[in-house]
Ligand binder design. Structure first.
Ligand code: SF4
Length: 338
């Protein structure tokens, strides 16, 4: 492991000093640049490398197959075309009512306040999403508010990615206050990978915003492997749990990263150590460029059966697939349901 002292750096500094050059990443990990084929450089142009140094610090030196590295290092296989793997696998561009707004499910409403992420996950289903055309502007709030009021079934707003925790606390606070002004909104869900890749994002100011809101807040983090959850990260997550904030985890089943029952069982136990409950295990969304992370339905079924056999029920994440146009995520178990 690289001994980075990022625990002492504030999150904003870390966010402004990401590793964006694949050659630098390999050098930091003492890997040879030959590991980076020319196609990988092209892949990195299409979807740029972005990874916080704190996350690099959790990777194993000299291991080209480190499960954390594989999630972020551009790969020449991303350039291959595969049938069924498309740029918008969840049909989100159609569900986009107005900039920054996705209303796919009856009671839940998704707000995309930023297109920026602290880390670029190579398997991300939004890797081709045209964020720049889809972000709400300062004066879009009245339209968003009117839309929410016109849909009284909506009781929950989800801040999603890009990653909402790349926003300043001031901006987060502003949006939370706006949502609090609508009596119909009871729940606020924040989907973020930042607490895993820059654990210092969980600081007193952020905790205080969450604690003082009238909304019931659920933070859904995204961790795919127990190695992402070092002691410092777990202690940061525990701070939220101690303040009665519900913290859940969603993971994506990824070939080469966490496609074994042992790895998934370790992940669940490690999350539980931090007070975080496993929530979803997503089957890979068929996004163009991510085919090399895919496993067959039969393999997934076998892996999940072994997970079920090795964990108490409360630590088993729900295996789901999101299907464009469906009213909810589709639970999977048994090959026939794929
Ligand atoms: S942090 Fe989330 S939204 Fe951002 S690239 Fe990773 S999976 Fe996609």
């Amino acid at each position: 492991m690289i001994n980075y002292l990022y625990q002492e750096q504030n999150w904003q500094t870390q966010l402004s000093n990401l590793v964006t050059d694949p050659a630098e990443l390999l050098e930091l990990l003492q890997l040879s640049p030959e590991q980076l084929l020319s196609g990988a450089l092209l892949a990195s142009k299409q979807f740029k490398l972005r990874v916080p140094r704190a996350f690099v610090g959790k990777m194993q030196l000299g291991n080209a197959f480190d499960p954390l590295l594989l999630q972020v290092l551009p790969h020449h296989l991303e350039l291959e075309e595969h049938e069924g793997f498309v740029t918008d696998p969840l049909g989100e561009e159609q569900a986009n009512q107005q900039p920054g707004v996705l209303h796919k499910y009856k009671s839940r409403f998704l707000l995309t306040l930023t297109g920026a992420c602290a880390v670029h996950c190579r398997y991300c289903f939004r890797r081709h999403f045209p964020y720049q055309e889809n972000l709400p502007k300062q004066d879009d709030w009245p339209n968003i508010r009117d839309y929410l009021v016109s849909q009284p079934d909506i009781n929950e707003v989800i801040l999603s990615g890009g990653d909402p925790l790349t926003l300043s606390d001031r901006k987060l606070q502003l949006w939370i206050e706006r949502l609090e002004s609508l009596p119909q909104i009871k729940f606020l869900r924040i989907h973020s990978r930042v607490p895993i890749v820059i654990p210092n994002r969980i600081n007193d100011a952020f905790i205080s915003i969450l604690k003082n809101s009238r909304l019931r807040i659920i933070l859904v983090v995204h961790s795919n492997h127990a190695s992402e959850l070092d002691d410092f990260t777990c202690s940061q997550l525990s701070k939220l749990v101690k303040e009665q904030i519900t913290v859940l985890n969603q993971a994506v089943l990824l070939k080469g990263v966490n496609d074994s029952a042992d790895v998934l069982v370790d992940l669940s136990y490690r999350l539980f150590d931090a007070g975080v409950m496993p929530y979803y295990l997503h089957v890979l969304d068929k996004v163009k460029g991510a085919h090399h992370f895919d496993r067959s339905p039969q393999d997934i079924d076998d892996i999940y059966k072994a997970v079920l056999a090795n964990l108490p029920g409360y630590l088993v994440p729900k295996l789901v697939r999101e299907i464009a146009g469906e009213k909810n995520k589709t639970p999977l178990f048994g090959v026939s349901t794929f």
